[in-house]
Design a protein around this ligand. Structure first.
Ligand SMILES: O=c1[nH]cnc2c1ncn2[C@@H]1O[C@H](CO)[C@@H](O)[C@H]1O
Length: 369
């Protein structure tokens, strides 16, 4: 019997959903750290944090009224110095992440992060004002893999990772793709491009080359595009970077021709409702949200948290929004999770295993494909 009790509070009167199980494809590891862990490592390492209690820290890090994407991205600087550059911290954050997701009722998660932003050696510039140390991006990936694998063993769910290139750091991207190759299917399943997409009109050559190499080597590809940026960023992600999934992608709606083309292609959109409100990506009125159009068109999309530490949320927050403001039914929640499973970057056999688990849990016919 597959367990997952997230829906207890969401569908109190619908007991058939109390064992609802889910998949999550778009969540940032460094945006999903327990505040207690930040405080612990801050204290242990003598690193100054904006507060020394959980509620005090959350007052600085998390928020509940829309900012801009750039203002949101600035939040990481409040706490990343406590974690980056520390082997125990990196491994523990990954381990705890799996536990957190298991408790939310997630059975499969793809978690993403930038190895460079957690390193303090062989990274230029060294992030977060750290002094040079001896933790390289390569070892960061190794430590995260260990944390995720320990978490899988202890919490009985599946966790894979996606390595992020950062828009403002094209010089890191060639190493990101090399790390994807080195750790391919040892937890790492894909490459991503994250950060501020309004930074430059065109995607930098460094990112393009990395994505070319990823495609050449059979590394799966997703790209943050059309979150706050125009449809042209999505177009570029698909045609130039050969993205197989789009992170967010809400602004595809501003280009009906592109939207139609991506619908026909069954492009997967990793949507994050609560995040899209707090980053100012979408109209704060959820009743006007692009997800409503995705649902009407039976588009291929999933529901995700993005950065639950900063948005003070769990997957439940996003599902509640979908239910309350977007009229989601049980059928649509099931469809969204099946979409997520089909769009996952797992090898075919593992993907089918997971799909079959979902079909069984949802009382649907097993996958014959
Ligand atoms: O919603 C988002 N849009 C774009 N970039 C993001 C978002 N959330 C987090 N990051 C960026 O991705 C890095 C690696 O995990 C984070 O450090 C943050 O800079």
């Amino acid at each position: 019997m597959i367990k997952g009790n997230l829906y207890c509070c969401l569908f109190l009167n619908e007991p058939q959903l109390q064992n609802f199980i889910m998949k999550e494809l778009h969540v940032h590891l460094d945006g999903a750290i327990k505040p207690e862990t930040i405080l612990y490592f801050g204290k242990k390492r003598g690193i100054q944090l904006p507060a020394n209690t959980v509620s005090g820290l959350l007052q600085h890090i998390s928020y509940n009224k829309p900012l801009t994407l750039t203002q949101f991205l600035d939040k990481f600087a409040h706490y990343m110095p406590a974690i980056a550059g520390d082997r125990d911290a990196v491994r523990r954050v990954a381990y705890e992440f799996v536990g957190m997701k298991a408790r939310e009722g997630i059975i499969y998660v793809e978690v993403r992060y930038s190895p460079h932003l957690l390193a303090n050696c062989k990274v230029d510039p060294i992030p977060w004002g750290q002094k040079e140390g001896d933790l390289t991006p390569d070892e960061v990936v190794h430590l995260v893999n260990q944390g995720l694998q320990d978490g899988e063993r202890d919490f009985h769910i599946k966790a894979r990772s996606i390595l992020c290139c950062m828009r403002h750091m094209p010089n890191w991207s060639s190493e990101v793709v090399e790390l994807c190759k080195k750790y391919h299917n040892n937890s790492v399943v894909a490459i991503d491009l994250a950060g501020d997409e309004l930074l430059k009109a065109e995607t930098d050559q460094g990112h393009r080359k990395a994505y070319e190499e990823a495609e050449r080597c059979g590394i799966h590809r997703t790209v943050h595009a059309g979150e706050v940026g125009p449809p042209s960023v999505i177009k570029e992600a698909v045609s130039l970077l050969k993205a197989e999934r789009i992170g967010h992608g809400y602004h595809v709606m501003n280009d009906p021709v592109l939207y139609k083309e991506l619908l026909d292609k069954r492009m997967h959109f990793e949507t994050c409702p609560w995040s899209s409100n707090l980053t100012g990506a979408c109209d704060p009125d959820f009743k006007k949200h692009p997800i409503i159009q995705f649902r009407k068109d039976q588009a291929n999309y999933s529901l995700n948290t993005d950065d639950p530490l900063i948005f003070n949320s769990t997957i439940d927050t996003d599902y509640k929004i979908a239910k309350k403001y977007m009229n989601f039914t049980e059928e649509e929640f099931k469809r969204v999770n099946i979409n997520a499973a089909q769009a996952s970057f797992l090898p075919e056999r593992e993907k089918n295993e997971l799909l079959n688990k979902l079909y069984e849990a949802y009382g649907m016919a097993p996958n014959k494909s």
